[in-house]
Design a protein. Structure first.
Length: 283
């Protein structure tokens, strides 16, 4: 029932857990009106667009919806969790030489029997921003401030604290490969520490391979470390995605798996599922 709830929600939006150390990021896809990428953006152009998606600071508006499942939550390890992550990427062109990229991340979560608690809520919202040069270099970088809000739904979904910090990204793109690292650190600037703190470091090394027919194979971690709890969490994620079209809109579908190599006390363990759909708005 929980999974059906998220799939239904994602479908309606598309017509288309948290622990103190983790900062706040459907297999069934609609087929009606679906066209191969080649009919929408032939060959290399579809592959180029798919490659742009591997760049977190690309000059490309995108709206991803990502579903994740978790297991092993709670003191007894019997709890489960599901979340839907909304992470639009909005590049703002400052001038011919510079872009300012804004990436808010909001997470709607469901917890099922986690230490006796079951419920739905929204965790902290993280707003990443990057000042990035607008050029065609193979090495791309960006840096800027980041802010994390308190949990929007109480102690079961994250800290009550507000965090401020700095975020940065650096990557090397040489088609078909993209290799890079995105990271940030936040410090708490107020709020109760009852449900954990906002003193977090997050790092996401990533590598992607894009084929000429717009398939993308990606591997990354979304690791985090809480400086007060002195605990780290390291989920490994592998996804396969395909760029296609709905009408005239480019859309990327993804499906994959994740494994928690290490986790925090009462945090997720073992294997999980990741699936997503991303809407693209190229110029």
């Amino acid at each position: 029932m929980k999974i059906r709830f998220f799939l239904s929600l994602a479908t309606c939006l598309a017509l288309p857990l948290n622990t103190i150390a983790q900062p706040a990021g459907s297999p069934s896809m609609p087929t009606g009106g679906l066209k191969p990428a080649s009919s929408a953006a032939s060959g290399s152009s579809a592959s180029d667009l798919a490659a742009k998606l591997t760049n977190p600071v690309a000059d490309l508006i995108s709206v991803p919806l990502q579903f994740n499942s978790y297991q092993g939550l709670g003191a007894d390890g019997k709890g489960k969790g599901y979340d839907l992550v909304f992470q639009p990427v909005v590049p703002l062109k400052l001038n011919q030489d510079w872009n300012y990229i804004v990436r808010p991340v909001a997470t709607l979560g469901i917890l099922d029997n986690v230490d006796g608690y079951s419920g739905t809520g929204v965790g902290p919202v993280v707003i990443e921003t990057f000042l990035s040069p607008n050029n065609n270099d193979k090495f791309i970088w960006g840096i800027g401030p980041v802010v994390s809000t308190p949990s929007l739904s109480g102690d079961n979904f994250g800290t009550r604290q507000t965090g401020l910090g700095v975020t940065g990204v650096g990557l090397y793109m040489s088609k078909p490969w993209t290799v890079g690292l995105l990271a940030y650190n936040t410090w708490d600037v107020g709020g109760s520490s009852v449900a954990g703190t906002a003193n977090n470091t997050y790092w996401q090394p990533f590598v992607s391979y894009v084929t000429e027919n717009a398939w993308t194979f990606s591997l990354n971690t979304q690791s985090s470390f809480n400086w007060d709890a002195r605990r780290a969490q390291n989920p490994l994620n592998f996804t396969v995605s395909k760029l296609s079209k709905i009408g005239d809109m480019p859309v990327s579908y993804s499906l994959g798996t994740r494994y928690f190599a290490t986790s925090v006390p009462d945090g997720p363990t073992g294997w999980g599922v990741r699936a997503g759909i991303t809407f693209l708005f190229p110029d």
